[in-house]
Design a binder for this molecule. Sequence first.
Ligand code: NAP
Ligand code: ZN
Ligand code: ZN
Length: 372
Amino acid sequence: MSEAAKQPPTPQTYAAKAYAATSPTSAMGPLTIRRREPEPSDVQIEILYCGVCHSDFHQIRNEWPKDLPTTYPCVPGHEIVGRVTKVGSAVTRFRPGDLAGVGVLVDSCRTCASCRDGLEQYCEVGNTLTYNAEDKHLGGVTYGGYSESIVADEAFVFRIPPGLDPSATGPLLCAGITTYSPLRHWGVEKGQRVGVIGLGGLGHMGLKFAHALGAEVVLFTTSRGKVADGRRLGADEVVVTRDAGALDKHKASLDFLLDTVSADHDINSYLALLKRDKTLALVGLPPQPFAVASFSLLAGRHRLAGSGIGGVRETQEMLDFCAAHGIACDVEVIGIEKIDLAFERMLEGDVKYRFVIDMASLKEGGREAGKR
Ligand code: NAP
Ligand code: ZN
Ligand code: ZN
């Protein structure tokens, strides 16, 4: 056999428009990327909407250099909803024309204990994130949903239940599942008093889910202007944490706390709000490590835990839960040319409560990647 005949076949690719950061300080701008032509188990999706997650911003600014260093150019976006345009020969669950979604993962080993348990987010071999992960098909890194199309294995593509508005559904695939999963894992239910810290994209979904699960919900926010929204979104009580002594009357009162904050804050003052033996679960990913005092944990035998997105099975369950309970994200739809402004507003806490990019705007072009 000749050397050439031993090589694996080169995947067929096509050009797709995308929006990228080219360095930690660059503005976002247009970039043409290559996507693989669908292989037998792949689904090709024309992206209609993509949500803007705070993780997208952490990643393009390379704010997690030790854990998830950024490879440039970086095309973020993992809250993707679109229309199926093509399917591979082995695909059984999708047909062209179907609505479909892609979240934070596009692959995993599928054989380790976590994958077998439907917890692909904790794959012990290493899963493939939708962006900034090794692209096992084309080499280089994966590119996310700030793009006109994406190709993913059907095992990681979600059906969008009828009745969900496509423009408000993408964020369920990250903000939604990231809050739903820990609330379910720690058994939040009627009769419990549950706290949600931070009212952004994740926080507002946390309020909706905790309320739908029947808990009495307390929102902890730094933003006085979000009190009325907090109540509308499902909080029974809203605590403005900037007010002196605001946390004092909530000491030892909560059965569970979900911390969605994206920046450094004092975790010890929140641990003190838990009843004995209860858990504070971190889902926020502030770039800096926390200073946790031993006293905060041993007083009350408190637990500090973390939770990452959710597995494939649970994500589909969450979408169905949303359809059954009439739950959607509160979104502000933007053109992609506004993405840098959206990131700035997100940093100021001025998001009500998730930006979603209308990908039709990408067809209209934009500035060249890297130019402000
Ligand atoms: P977001 O929309 O920007 O919301 C974050 C909220 O945190 C803000 O709205 C604000 O709420 C609060 N906050 C911000 N800075 C603060 C500060 N210095 N002190 C106290 N509170 C502050 O962000 P997001 O998209 O919801 O994401 C939140 C975090 O979760 C990010 O770090 C993101 O990377 C991470 N994340 C993790 C996972 C996972 O799998 N675990 C998945 C997705 C995202 P108030 O105005 O109400 O105070
Ligand atoms: Zn996300
Ligand atoms: Zn695995």
